[in-house]
Design a protein around this ligand. Sequence first.
Ligand code: GLU
Length: 277
Amino acid sequence: MTFVTRFAPSPTGHLHLGHAFSALTAFDAAQAAGGRFLLRIEDIDQDRSRPAFEAAILEDLAWLGITWETPVRRQSQHMAEYEGALQSLMERQLIYRCFRTRKEVAEAIASAPHGATDEAFRGEALPPGEEAEKLAAGEAFAWRLSLKKARAALGPAYFALVFEDETGLVRAEPERHGDVVLARKDFCASYHLASVCDDALQGVTHVVRGEDLREAAHLHVLLQRLLNLPQPTYRHHRLILGADGKRLAKRDQAATLKALRESGKTAADVRAMIGLS
Ligand code: GLU
């Protein structure tokens, strides 16, 4: 099986050293395995995505010595595919419309027993009459995955869900996420839905990404099972921290690859700075 991995940045800011580490780790892994490296632009959030950032991403990656296959996949051009996946979940009643506002969701979590975590909202579809009223009134809603229904649909297989990462075989615990939002009213897919669809559509065998996304794997393997998609192997890598010991964010201008390049640093300097040979 050919090793296929990808780097999937969102064009909502300039890439920084953390992105360089992620992209180079994935690229090096593909090279070492004689495999393929793909680039995917995760521009589903059209309010925050900018063509100028996408152009800058391509420039930064090329400067790092990274090459990728073309055409580059842009999520904004594939909404129909995510909609199809959502439709299939909807037909099996695995998702439901949630009309609660953010504040109402937070309140529901706070009043839930057992000290649920931030994400662990659980809900259910409204009675048909009530839902029809809200739809007629044009109220906003989100499509949430029903963990209860997913568990019922999979039966014992739900509890046998596992994934492989650099630590070995991990038992998936999708309940850590609660009933996660998979799309908004206008079918705008969430990161989770688009990401699992794309990894499958692009034939990704190895998802190489930061350990900040380790939790996401617990949900992604459930979505893969529900959508009948192949499950990739995961490799989570360490995060690059700033001088303050916190992980780098897009607002840390000094660490952007653009700033480093303009200050005369080379790709080899960047590799050295993040501990890659
Ligand atoms: N677009 C995501 C990010 O920039 C990538 C997540 C992933 O690799 O799955 O964090």
